[in-house]
Design a protein around this ligand. Sequence first.
Ligand SMILES: [Zn+2]
Length: 355
Amino acid sequence: MCPADEHLQGNHSEDAPVPAPAAASHQGGSNKASRQHKRGRGGGGAGNGQGRSQNSQPAPSSAPPASESFHPLTSEEFVDTHTHLHWAVERIPQYKHLSPTEAINRLRHEHFPKNFHACVNVLCDVLSFTSLTNEWQSLVDSCDFMYIAAGLHPHYADQYSETVSHDLQTISTHPRFIALGEIGLDYNRNLSPPEVQKSVFTSQLLLALSLSKPIILHTRDAESDTLQILTSILPPTTTIHVHCFTGTAGFVKSMLDYFPNSYFGFTGVITYESVAELQGVVRDVVPLDKILLETDSPYMPPLVVVEGQAKGKKGKFSQCGDIPVVARKIAELKGVDVDVVMRAARENTRRVYGI
Ligand SMILES: [Zn+2]
């Protein structure tokens, strides 16, 4: 998922009550704004974990931080298998004076429950993994709960270059690099021309093969071409995480036929009233031993969070602490206890990522 896909949320992105600057900066067609926003942050001396502010300690509060108690829905340990926390913290005005690493650690302390174990932070635009700043390295080195994945999102396929390929290979040498992605095809917005998307997708699949790492797949309105390219390049034993799955039952079946090590990630989207067909696919087609839980933070907040926004409450973005809410919806659809979903997803995460 990513930037331009917030239209999937219960509210269309233009109407969604998310903070204007960050929300606008990640909308489709505004890559430039996003880059400028990120440059502005780094240029202020806060990047790379440097320049700790006097005000970087959490504000005193009478309520205990989330990190000291289990989530009210479940005490089962969980991993958020797909986040963009470096973008999530840009949405929190109170964290503006903090470096990205300080902000992410504070987010964890204030919003992630005690049963949060780890997350896969996904770098998917050129600035996130550029060797010019190596900001990704401070992120992962300063957050011991964070694993990283990297790959150029199809929205930005027209920015692929030798330098990008080299940067991806550099990141892949980090001990906590665990997957290549999110990569794939997105014909919903066609922010890069489809032919360019296909070419870049192919190049990155070949890179993933050479690294022997799992693939994080993004596909939107492009199931046929996605399958054609995947099956022409990858061996059937490849492990594939189809991230923020919103596709068809037919695609699930085809993927499991060709690639038995396919897994399907579900986000807060599954809680929206507008996705009855997807909910049917979760209920009837995707087995529990093929489900991964993810937030795609800061995107795709669960309905309960969106409703909280409408009432002016906190929660203007999704974050790792929302995982049990996603699990609860899957449990409701499948008619099982939430802990059954949590345990299955935890085991699937070990199988896919080894964490
Ligand atoms: Zn994403």
